[in-house]
Design a protein around this ligand. Structure first.
Ligand code: 3SL
Length: 241
């Protein structure tokens, strides 16, 4: 297994496709997706465009759908949900499809959707993703951070490092053997430094600060937990996990 980390969708190569591609948006889109599926959601369908989300979800039975829209961290008017994983209770999501559009996370998923295996990962479901990768042994794995409007994000990089670190620890491979680019080594270093205080790292992160200004501390706390959900969000048709 060779792992490559790309910090943003924009930095992700366009001419090649890996065997497995993983989108990461710890704050908060992939944390929300993992939470919905773990709570019994029927599926998660991602859109970059809000109008398209409305048009497609309109064709779905009203009692079996939920619409989540986020822009700039805030809930989009007219949508039932924003992008807080804490709103996605089993009572609300069970048996329903989540139609979701967020600023960066859904774009990252769309950027990699041509890969044969597409996953969504966050810290909360890291071990489920790693377990799958160790069983499946894809030759090439891309971990794509969502960043923020084209810029690097600490929280996605630390999650990429958490995944790569766990694979490295559970195989006989050297770091050199698993690291396909320098970003992997630096993501592992970031995770090694902060693994015991991920919430503290989120307080340093620009998007963490943005969410704190929006009074989302409980979201930060929830998303900073590691390995709490045994769920593997995997694409089974384009844009649907
Ligand atoms: O950018 C995104 O896709 C979101 O996850 C951002 S937020 O956490 O909902 O503000």
């Amino acid at each position: 297994m060779k792992i490559f980390v790309y910090h943003t969708p924009e930095l992700t190569p366009t001419e090649e496709t890996p065997e497995c591609a993983i989108a990461v948006d710890v704050l908060r889109a992939t944390s929300t997706m993992a939470t919905v599926l773990a709570a019994g959601g029927e599926a998660v369908q991602v859109f970059s465009d809000l109008d398209q989300l409305m048009a497609v979800s309109e064709q779905w039975p009203a009692e079996k759908r939920l619409r989540a829209g986020e822009r700039g961290g805030a809930k989009v008017a007219g949508f039932e949900l924003g992008n807080s994983p804490l709103d996605c209770t089993a009572e609300l999501v069970q048996g329903r499809r989540l139609f979701i559009s967020t600023t960066n996370g859904t774009r990252a998923l769309q950027r990699i959707q041509q890969a044969p295996i597409v996953l969504a990962a966050a810290l909360i479901n890291r071990s489920a993703v790693v377990k799958f990768l160790l069983e499946k042994q894809p030759e090439t794995i891309w971990i794509v951070g969502s960043g923020w409007e084209g810029s690097f994000s600490l929280e996605d990089t630390v999650c990429a490092g958490a995944i790569a670190h766990s694979i490295w620890q559970q195989t006989d491979s050297s770091l050199e053997e698993i690291a396909g680019n320098d970003e992997v080594t630096s993501a592992i270093a970031l995770y090694s430094q902060w693994q015991n205080d991920l919430l503290g790292l989120f307080h340093q992160a620009s998007h963490g600060k943005r969410l704190l200004r929006l009074e989302c501390l409980e979201d930060l706390k929830y998303c900073s937990q590691t390995d709490i959900l045994d769920v593997l969000p995997m694409q089974h048709e384009a844009g649907v996990l």
